[in-house]
Design a protein around this ligand. Structure first.
Ligand code: ZN
Length: 214
């Protein structure tokens, strides 16, 4: 069974353009058994137009409830209702409360900034001592997030920062930070958390890497 567990919708995530109908139609084309709507919940992010990257969880749930259906091998229109929460230590209590919301079928916990550095805006400082050192710090931070929010089901895009590394060969590998990866996996096993494989990062890799992909 194939279910895309990470998607954003127009009107709920400031960086999204698709409606749920468009998402379901694309899922049908790709023969997926279901999708999860997991819009951004980022307590510190405000878009240029002044829109906050948060929403009312109750309103979100009630809006998507008519579509909610358990994904099944026998059908292709499964819809789960979830959320992608940005991990921010300064909002830990609110994040833990939100992650424990019973209505959510899936809670993704994502690290979108490191030490207040948003990689979309500035990644040079983070990578100044090389990929291994930077990735070690990032995986360590992701492990801290997984430990701090055990109610999260999925650890989001572990290799998100590699999209913004100031070098072409930026694919994040286990060999860059084996100790930090091992620690992350131990915490995730303890908390029954899954690791997201985010194809957005694969799409963001330089084309020469994609061409060698089998
Ligand atoms: Zn994300």
């Amino acid at each position: 069974m194939v279910v895309d567990m990470h998607s954003h919708l127009r009107g709920w995530s400031p960086d999204a353009v698709q409606t749920i109908e468009e998402l379901l139609s694309a899922a049908e084309d790709k023969r997926l058994n279901g999708i999860a709507v997991t819009d951004h919940y980022d307590l510190d992010n405000v878009s240029d137009s002044g829109t906050k990257w948060i929403f009312d969880p109750k309103q979100y749930y009630e809006t998507h409830l008519p579509f909610r259906k358990a994904p099944s091998l026998l059908s292709r229109a499964g819809v789960l209702i979830g959320v992608e929460i940005s991990y921010l230590p300064n909002h830990i209590e609110e994040i833990k409360r939100l992650a424990a919301t019973e209505e959510f079928d899936a809670v993704i916990l994502s690290v979108h900034e490191y030490d207040h550095i948003d990689p979309v805006i500035d990644c040079k400082n983070l990578f100044q001592d090389g990929l291994s050192a930077a990735y070690g710090r990032i995986i360590h931070a992701i492990a801290e997030s997984a430990m701090a929010v055990p109610a999260a089901d999925i650890i989001g895009h572990y290799d998100f920062f590699s999209r913004y590394a100031p070098t072409k060969r930026s694919k994040m590998l286990y060999s860059h930070a084996p100790d930090e990866f091992d620690r992350l996996f131990c915490i995730m096993i303890q908390n029954h958390q899954a690791l997201e494989i985010n194809t957005g990062t694969v799409d963001g890799l330089p084309t020469y890497l994609k061409r060698t992909k089998k």
